[in-house]
Write a new protein. Sequence first.
Length: 268
Amino acid sequence: MDKINRDKLYLDAKAWVLEAGEQIRNKINEPRVIETKSNPDDLVTEMDKQTEKFLVEKIKATYSDHYIIGEEGYGDELTSLQGTVWIIDPIDGTMNFVHQQKNFAISVAVFHDGIGEIGLIYDVMADELYHAKRSEGAFKNEELLPEPRQDLKLEESIVDMNHYFLCPNRIVDEKIMHQMIRTVRGSRTYGSAALELAYVAEGIIDAYLSMRLAPWDIAAGVVIVNEVGGNVTTLDGEELNMLGNNSILACNPKIQEQLLAFIKNGRK
């Protein structure tokens, strides 16, 4: 994708994301209609649906030849990432949205022929926008995000992880994960994959592990983390499948091999 087209797409995407965020803030205290999807903890609200519908309508009206992958079903059924593809999560962290009214984000990415060109993660209630264009750096609002620390040691690291890793599960031996947590400086979890990836890019956490995330959960974050020089792979260190679910490791490259070694030792 050439720079002129990328810049126009970025400006449109940014404007629409900020407008969608303002709509959410204006309605944050209104009664919610809450439904469940795959399980009782997989929540969706009318605001998720309204926000995705708003974004999809803007995209389709302006870029009729583009494709969309969206969490709430307003996009297209795709078997490849050829062409220009928008990947949208209208509210990432819906449980936080419902219970806390904060710590959730709008996540929008634009891929072209399989390459991540644009990533935007908007922390709606904090009014903080993480954003990146390929080869142009990543930013938090107007602040350029630095490259990952070059002298980072695992013992000094803050690791963000889905707590299912610490319970009996089908992916990795939880006892190995306990050893990893005892090795690092501390652990956190925030409940929004998009924000957690943004925090890796910002350097306020050093790694993020999670199970079975959909493309809309991670697409914008992958663009932003990659742009600062961080790495995002599967738990086996392999390339992500942006059309399917992935269990991921996003991290400062200095601690990647050590974290992958823990995971490999515990793999079932």
